[in-house]
Design a protein around this ligand. Structure first.
Ligand code: NZQ
Ligand code: ZN
Length: 383
C-alpha cells in the first residue's frame, strides 16, 4: 500500500503571527499562578524578547521563577538544575522562551518536576513518567518543529550520548510563534534552521510508506524553504520572509508529513547527533554534511525514491543530478557539506566511526551496518 495505516494526534494550540504574544499572560494563567521561565544564554535579554514576555506574564498576575543558561545542544546538567529549582519553588507552569534547545530542555524539565524522576532516566526509558507540568513555548528560532511536536533531544557527556525522547506528554499546551521574534537570529543559525527543516522533510520522505498526497506536501514544504530561504539570508530583518520559514519549519515536523507512513527514517539525524556530541557542532550543520553522505551511500538502493524527489524539487532527471542540486542548494546558503567545511580533519575519522558504532547510529527504515557507517564517514570527507 502506498498509504500505510496510521494514527494522527496533535493537541498543541498554536498561535502564529506578529503580536500573538499579547495573549501569552492569559494563556499561561489558565495553567497556574507560578511560572518557571526557561531561556538560553542571553539573546532573549539582548534583543528585548525577555522583557516582552515578562511584561505579559506580570500583567496576568503571575509569579516568575527563572532558569537561564541553556546551551545550544542542551545538556542534562541544566535539565537537572532547573528541575531542582522548579520543585523547590513549587512551580505550576513552564514558559520556554527560545529555540529548540530551550524548548527541548523544558519538556524534560516538566516531566522530571511532575514525576520526581531523573531527567536522564526518563530519556533512557528507565522510568515511565505518567504526568507532566503544562508547557508554553515562545519560539525565537525557526528550525526544529519542537514547538508543535512531542520530541525532545538532550546530551549527556558522561555517557557520550545525544538522544531524542518522544512521548505524548511532551506536547506543549500552547506555542506562540511571532516571526518578529526571529529577525535577530544570526545568519549561520538562520541557515541551520533552513537545513534542519529540509532534513526533517527528507527524513520522513525516506521513511516507510509513499502516500502520494503527502509526498507532494513534503515537496512543497522543501520547495518553499528553498525559495524563501536564500532571500531571507539576504534580508534577515524581513518579517514576512521570517514568517514563511517559520511556518515551513513547523509544518515539516508537526506530524503532517507522517500521515500515511509507518515511520520516518531518521538515520541522518542519528549520525548528526553524534557529530554534535563530539564537536558541539550546530544541529543543522551536522545534517547537511551527513545528508550528502547518506544519499551517496543509498543512491543505488533507493534510486527511484531519490529520482522522484529530484524531479519534483528541481526537474532533475537522474540520481546524480538530484544529489548535485541538493549539494548546490546547501552550499548556496553556506550550510557545510563535508566535515572539512567544519574544520574537522581526517585524523578524526576513526574517532567518529567508533562513536557511531558505539551508539549503533542507524535509521528506522534503512538500517545501517558497521560497514555502512564506515562508508558514510568516508563519504563525509569527500564532495
Ligand atoms: O542561547 P541564546 O543566547 O538564546 O542563543 C541561541 C543559540 O546560540 C540563538 N538564538 C535563538 N533565538 C535567537 C537567537 N539569537 C538571536 N535571536 C534569536 N531570536 O541561536 C542559537 C541556537 O539555538 P538553539 O536553540 O540551539 O537552536 P535550534 O532551535 O536549532 O535547536 C537545536 C536543538 O534542537 C534539537 C537539536 O538536536 C538541537 O539540540 N532538535 C530538536 C527536535 C525536536 N524536539 O523535535 C528535532 C530536531 O531534529 C533537533 O534534533
Ligand atoms: Zn533536526
Amino acid at each position: 500500500m502506498a498509504i500505510e495505516n496510521f494514527t494522527a494526534y496533535n493537541p498543541v494550540r498554536l498561535h502564529f503571527g506578529e503580536g500573538v504574544t499579547g495573549g501569552l499572560g492569559k494563556s499561561a494563567a489558565k495553567y497556574g499562578k507560578k511560572v518557571l521561565l526557561v531561556f538560553g544564554k542571553g539573546s532573549v535579554k539582548k534583543y528585548g524578547y525577555y522583557d516582552r514576555v515578562v511584561e505579559q506574564l506580570k500583567m496576568a498576575g503571575l509569579e516568575i521563577v527563572e532558569y537561564s543558561g541553556i546551551k545550544p545542544n542542551p545538556v542534562i546538567e541544566d535539565v537537572r538544575m532547573a528541575t531542582g529549582l522548579g520543585q523547590r519553588e513549587n512551580i505550576e507552569v513552564i514558559v520556554a522562551l527560545g529555540g529548540g534547545s530551550v524548548i527541548d530542555s523544558a519538556k524534560i524539565i516538566a516531566l522530571a518536576i511532575a514525576s520526581g524522576y531523573d531527567g536522564w532516566d526518563i530519556i533512557k526509558h528507565k522510568v515511565k513518567p505518567e504526568k507532566t507540568i503544562p508547557l508554553i513555548c515562545v519560539l525565537t528560532l525557526a528550525a526544529t518543529g519542537t514547538e508543535m511536536n512531542a520530541g525532545a533531544v538532550v546530551q549527556n557527556h558522561d555517557t557520550g550520548e545525544k538522544i531524542g525522547f518522544v512521548h505524548e506528554l511532551n506536547f506543549p499546551k500552547e506555542s506562540f510563534l511571532d516571526p518578529s521574534f526571529t529577525v535577530t537570529v544570526p545568519k549561520n543559525h538562520t541557515t541551520y534552521g533552513i537545513t534542519d527543516l529540509i532534513a526533517h522533510a527528507l527524513e520522513v520522505y525516506f521513511g516507510e510508506g509513499e502516500p502520494p498526497v503527502i509526498d507532494q506536501i513534503t515537496f512543497d514544504i522543501i520547495k518553499d524553504a528553498m525559495r524563501w530561504g536564500p532571500e531571507l539570508l539576504d534580508n534577515p530583518e524581513n518579517v514576512e520572509l521570517r514568517a514563511n520559514i517559520m511556518l515551513d519549519a513547523t509544518l515539516a515536523l508537526n506530524g503532517l508529513t507522517r500521515y500515511g507512513k509507518k515511520n520516518g527514517d531518521w538515520g541522518v539525524h542519528a549520525i548528526g547527533h553524534e557529530l554534535s556530541l563530539l564537536y558541539d557542532m550546530p544541529h543543522g550543520a551536522s545534517l547537511s554534511i551527513v545528508y550528502m553522505a547518506w544519499l551517496k551511500l543509498h543512491k543505488d538502493r533507493i534510486s527511484e525514491r531519490i529520482k522522484k524527489l529530484g524531479k519534483n524539487l528541481f526537474g532533475a532527471d537522474s540520481v546524480e543530478g538530484t544529489l548535485d542540486a541538493i549539494r548546490l542548494f546547501f552550499q548556496s546558503i553556506n550550510s557545510p557539506v563535508t566535515l572539512q567545511d567544519e574544520g574537522i580533519g581526517e585524523d578524526q575519522k576513526e574517532i567518529i566511526i567508533r562513536q557511531l558504532n558505539k551508539n549503533s547510529a542507524s535509521g528506522m527504515h534503512h538500517a545501517l551496518t558497521d560497514d555502512d557507517r564506515r562508508k558514510i564517514v568516508a563519504l563525509m570527507y569527500s564532495h
